[in-house]
Design a binder for this molecule. Structure first.
Ligand SMILES: [Zn+2]
Length: 293
């Protein structure tokens, strides 16, 4: 049974923790999936769960003493967990991260080990690095990880490796090699509905359409031809006087170029890492179909 004192200590250390299903749970990944002991089923919407109170934890442990414990990796806990499953993965990790950088919190899992690193800012992308048989997975935003003293379905207990425990040492900052280049995400969201109803006069026509093109092209879901048509319609309805077709095309093209440059930069950085370390990056999106924890 998970001692309540451990739950409390994890929370004090900043881990945003949740129950995971019992190791005997009948599911694809027993013991590893966020779990709701009241409902006796996997937790819904666990990616955004709050820090649960200790009172709730006490009730849960009473209801179902066999639950495991896990935490939200990435931004919520400001911790990225690096999962290493076999000897080949360990060797790759040793090649990537210096001995000093490997002196961080570390625990044994069912098959291998997990290193924890502090991350301070922004989002933390999850990623998987593979090379031959070796694989390392960085669990960041949108993921979670089981914590000691949970029980693996094989019967092994997850256990901190002394002296690399929160009691004996500090958590190390994440080494640069683990951090994937972040996509350039703008959080600014102008009110397009209001903007679409207001007339746009000669002085600000270009600026408004440039912003609209950026908005439409940003998720890369609307093809440039369609963006052109939207801008043309917008311009005809709201710009006084409307912009010409070549002017609109130029706006679309310039935003597209700007976004392609950002994509190319991310791609170059990935290739540099691949070449330097003889690795293959696979995105977390691919991994999510696999497993959590
Ligand atoms: Zn389960």
């Amino acid at each position: 049974m998970i001692p309540l004192t451990w739950v409390k200590r994890y929370q004090e250390l900043g881990f945003v923790v949740h129950p995971c299903c019992p190791p005997t749970h009948r599911c694809q990944s027993p013991g590893k999936i966020p779990y709701d002991p009241y409902e006796r089923r996997h937790m819904e919407g666990w990616q955004n769960h709050p820090q649960f109170t200790l009172e709730k934890w006490a009730e849960w442990l009473d209801l179902e003493p066999e639950i495991n414990i896990g935490f939200l990796t990435g931004s919520p806990s400001k911790i990225v967990a690096v999962d290493i499953d076999n000897a080949a993965g360990e060797e790759m990790f040793r090649g990537l991260v210096s001995e000093e950088d490997r002196r961080t919190w570390q625990f044994r899992t069912g098959k291998g080990s997990r290193f924890l690193y502090r991350v301070d800012e922004g989002g933390v992308r999850s990623a998987r690095l593979t090379s031959g048989d070796a694989a390392i997975e960085a669990l960041g935003d949108g993921r979670q990880s089981v914590l000691p003293p949970s029980i693996h379905p094989s019967g092994t207990q997850y256990a901190w490796i002394e002296p690399l425990t929160p009691r004996h040492c500090e958590v190390h900052g994440a080494p640069a090699v683990l951090m994937l280049p972040q996509a350039d995400i703008t959080s600014e969201r102008p009110d397009w509905e209001a903007a679409a109803q207001a007339p746009t006069h000669e002085g600000s026509r270009n600026e408004t359409l440039t912003r609209l093109a950026g908005h439409l092209l940003a998720p890369a879901s609307v093809p440039p031809d369609e963006v052109f048509i939207w801008l043309k319609l917008y311009s005809a309805a709201h710009c006084k006087p409307p912009l010409s077709d070549p002017e609109i095309k130029m706006i679309v093209r310039s935003i597209q170029n700007r976004q392609e440059r950002a994509d190319v930069q991310a791609e170059l950085e990935t290739r540099r890492l691949m070449k330097e370390h003889n690795l293959k990056w696979t995105d977390a999106e691919m991994m999510r179909r696999g497993m959590c924890g």
